[in-house]
Design a protein around this ligand. Sequence first.
Ligand code: AVI
Length: 317
Amino acid sequence: MLLDLARPPRSADIASFRDDVLAGLAARPRAIPARWLYDRAGSELFEAITELPEYYPTRTETALLAAHGREMGRITGAGRAVIEFGSGSSAKTPHLLSAVAPAAYVPIDISGEFLRDSSAVLAGIFPDLPILPVEADFLRAIPLPWAIARLPKLGFFPGSTIGNMAPRAAVDLLRAMAETLGQGAMLLIGMDRVKSEEILIPAYDDAAGVTARFNLNLLHRINRELGGDIPVDAFRHRAIWNDAEARIEMHLEAMRDIAFAVSGRRFAMAAGETIHSENSHKYDPRSARLLLSAGGWTPLAEWTDAQGLFALILAEA
Ligand code: AVI
């Protein structure tokens, strides 16, 4: 049962995209917030990444949900409203929905079109489950649909998306989630573990070049939506492990000296200069627990795979 409350893109979204891109290109080091990687094409490319042999997080997390879902459901109890932050892939979410027997499902995503498509897939799998998609930026506390006001909430934030934020911003997000979900809420969150570069680098720089296309799509998007003339073929994708910060960094590196315009503003980049487009922080068990408690959540249980690649943590507010 799909209740479509989504709205068309607003000019305010374009304005904040323009502000972030112009400020990011003018900054040193140059950096554009990773959220802008996810337009329709970017969301589809990310879905393709999740199926790559080198990209272990999605299949590891999906296997954890399949193996331990019943135990998770026993701890959460049935009848909660499941609020998913970032609309889920149709592969992962059904495992959770089957395991916790929710009273309603509320996917929240900034990409409205992708949100509607993934909600429609889930409505086909769970025809009796009320599904109320919300198109919103969940970085701030947001009002949930009135229809679920009285239900206890279970937040679901899979995929280690928390890792795409700097730790301080991650703490703010966890606090915003606690506020969005309200008293008595629980949160099931996926967090990627620190591991060797031999595993990490290929996961973010795959042999088929899908992650490169995902990263370069940001430049195509800037050209299309902000009237840019960036020579996209002058850039290459780079994935770097920053050990001090325990994070993978994605960069767009200029391969020659270039000049271009975006929204009428001119920029120049020398060969070798980069635009930093994403961070993916990795957490060991202790730093994961510290992050959660700084964000107002108390860990209740934790599940990980035999190799310790990825963890799913259940916490209460
Ligand atoms: C969405 N997020 C958790 C992905 C990650 O692993 O940090 C984004 C990604 N970027 C490149 N590959 C995957």
